[in-house]
Design a protein around this ligand. Structure first.
Ligand SMILES: O=P(O)(O)OC[C@H]1O[C@H](OP(=O)(O)OP(=O)(O)O)[C@H](O)[C@@H]1O
Ligand SMILES: Nc1ncnc2[nH]cnc12
Length: 172
């Protein structure tokens, strides 16, 4: 199955010049979605981890499915002002803007091993911010896994510079 058939490119969204990869058709096709989760789960087994960290919002979809399949807990990295307790925060830039992510300060046990999950790796800004939140918690990032990596935006290099191993089911 070629998952790229279910990931159309939408030019100039959300800003001129951005070639946006839309995951909606993949999610809407039960066979493609299920195949993607099975393949991502297989890649996740190469890591020894205690928790999955999912990134709001598209990352939550894949993180939830993988946490269930892996029988691991799911921790949410959320956009600002959504979490009810004390948080660690990170500001970051991504391909088409700036944002912040937060996690609750008391959610990750110190020294626990964390696998980061998102849908797309573009510049890597989002995953590096998520990794910094894990570090602030005293936990350890064992790797990152995405559905789709946009190779020319060089996120993988940025992640490697931060000592974050990265893997992607599809690379374009
Ligand atoms: O590698 P980067 O350049 O950081 O870009 C990747 C991020 O961009 C998208 O998130 P977005 O902030 O658009 O949020 P969404 O999931 O809520 O749509 C995507 O879901 C990744 O999290
Ligand atoms: N080009 C892109 N398509 C989909 N999601 C993205 N997140 C960052 N860049 C993206």
């Amino acid at each position: 199955m070629n998952l790229l058939d279910y990931l159309p490119t939408i030019p100039d969204f959300p800003k001129p010049g951005i070639m946006f990869k839309d995951i909606s058709p993949l999610l809407a096709n039960q066979t493609a979605f299920s195949y993607a989760i099975d393949q991502l789960h297989e890649l996740s087994t190469h890591h020894d981890f205690d928790y999955i960290l999912g990134i709001e919002s598209r990352g939550f979809i894949f993180a939830t499915a993988l946490a269930q399949k892996s029988k691991k807990g799911l921790v949410l990295a959320r956009k600002p002002n959504k979490l009810p307790k004390q948080v660690f925060s990170e500001n970051y830039g991504l391909e088409y803007g700036k944002d912040s992510l937060e996690i609750q300060q008391d959610i990750l046990p110190k020294q626990s091993k964390i696998l980061l999950i998102d849908d797309v790796l573009a510049t890597g800004g989002t995953l590096i911010a998520a990794a910094n939140l894990v570090k602030k918690s005293g936990a350890k990032v064992v790797g990152s896994l995405v559905l789709l990596e946009i190779f020319e935006l060089m996120g993988r290099e940025r992640l490697l510079n931060e000592n974050i191993p990265s893997n992607a089911l599809i690379k374009i």
